[in-house]
Design a protein around this ligand. Structure first.
Ligand code: SF4
Length: 368
């Protein structure tokens, strides 16, 4: 299949692995690289890349899963918004089983009678509002720069159509601000970032300029084995030469400017403010909140939320995993109490979650 087969070509993969091994030996020290995107985490696990790399390269998984980085307080707020009469709460499927305070979840609410529906696109949620004029349809807008433009477009459409029974609970977040927070984290020492391909299609290159400014390497990388290995090779070259930049490996998807139309759409509907990330805490200018101009479509303003006190489940170590401070196997619940069938934390719920990826691929690869 075009654009897949050539990026999984075994000879090319072997050649790249040899080149990575040779360059890693020349760098000659321990090298820590972080992938920021959940799709990269899964691809690295699925293709067994972690165990094929030389011993002095450590791949750390970062906060790239939108469901996982959603704070428990935002989960609790979603539960409040969904558990009201005359409300249809629309969400992507990943969010359904994420536990809030006391283990409550949208799935449990739905079993108890709340009208919670899974949608596969933002437009589906708009359609729900058109088809149910007597109900308030609340859509949970979640994701990074990849999904935010389509949600912004839906809010704009709702305004043009006069759909006053439609609103969005936006927990959208921006990736470059999270990377800046990781750079400042004294517990982490990352030499290079494998930057997310999909997000970068929207943001372009400049969004990551803080990485080279702080003496670290950065490459925007695609999702196939050849992409990832070539990206790692490009990072190693920067480390060896001591010359740092945001390079593009994923040139078939990303250009330096990003997508100005999508960025304009986001800028029209959303403003950036401080937001709470699971594990990373409050990060300035990292949340996309609905502007006053579109207040009629903001579920937080319309929902009249009370003060909600959220309590984390202490045994779950998702926060440390999302910061890259520990790996999933260091959580004592991993694979025993916490499994995909019975997830204790969001990193095991989501298909992009690090714990789910480790259990599915890394442990499996080790056994086979
Ligand atoms: S294994 Fe489960 S409980 Fe442990 S950190 Fe991951 S999601 Fe949380």
């Amino acid at each position: 299949m075009k654009f897949i087969d050539e990026y999984r070509d075994p000879d090319l993969v072997r050649h790249l692995l040899d080149a990575v091994a040779a360059l890693a030996a020349r760098v000659g020290r321990r090298i820590s690289l972080m992938e920021i995107c959940g799709t990269h985490t899964h691809a690295i696990g699925r293709f067994g890349i972690r165990r094929l790399l030389p011993e002095n390269i450590r791949l750390i998984s970062g906060p790239g899963c939108p469901v996982c980085v959603t704070s428990i307080h935002d989960v609790d707020r979603a539960l409040y918004l969904a558990d009201r009469p005359h409300v249809v709460f629309a969400t992507f499927g990943d969010m359904l089983r994420v536990p809030g305070t006391g283990g409550r979840s949208l799935q449990r609410l739905r079993a108890a009678g709340a009208d919670v529906r899974i949608v596969s696109s933002t437009l589906d949620s708009l359609r729900l509002a058109e088809e149910n004029p007597e109900k308030e349809v609340v859509f949970m807008g979640i994701g990074f720069e990849t999904t935010a433009p389509t949600v912004a477009s839906a809010i704009r459409k709702a305004g043009l159509k006069g759909l006053n029974n439609y609103s969005v609970f936006s927990v959208h977040k921006t990736v470059p601000q999270a990377i800046s927070a990781l750079i400042e984290d004294p517990e982490l020492s990352i030499d290079g970032f494998i930057c997310p391909g999909h997000v970068s299609v929207i943001t372009g290159v400049d969004a990551y300029k803080r990485i080279p400014e702080t003496g670290r390497a950065a490459v925007i990388t695609g999702f196939e084995p050849v992409d990832i290995l070539e990206g790692i090779l490009m990072i190693l070259r920067q480390l060896q030469e001591g010359r740092f930049e945001v390079a593009i490996q994923y040139a078939r998807g990303v250009n330096r400017e990003g997508n100005p139309q999508a960025l304009n759409m986001m800028g029209e509907v959303f403003e950036t403010r401080e937001a709470e990330w699971r594990g990373l805490g409050r990060i300035p200018q990292s949340g996309l909140f609905i502007r006053e101009r579109y207040a009629d479509f903001d579920a937080l303003r319309k929902g009249n939320l009370p003060e909600i006190r959220s309590i984390e489940f202490e045994a779950c170590r998702c926060g440390e995993i999302l910061r890259g401070v520990i790996s999933p196997e260091e959580c004592r619940l991993f694979g025993k109490v916490c499994t995909p069938a019975n997830p204790v934390g969001p990193c095991m719920v989501s298909s992009e979650g690090t714990c789910a990826a480790y259990l599915k691929y890394e442990i499996h690869n080790r056994k086979s």
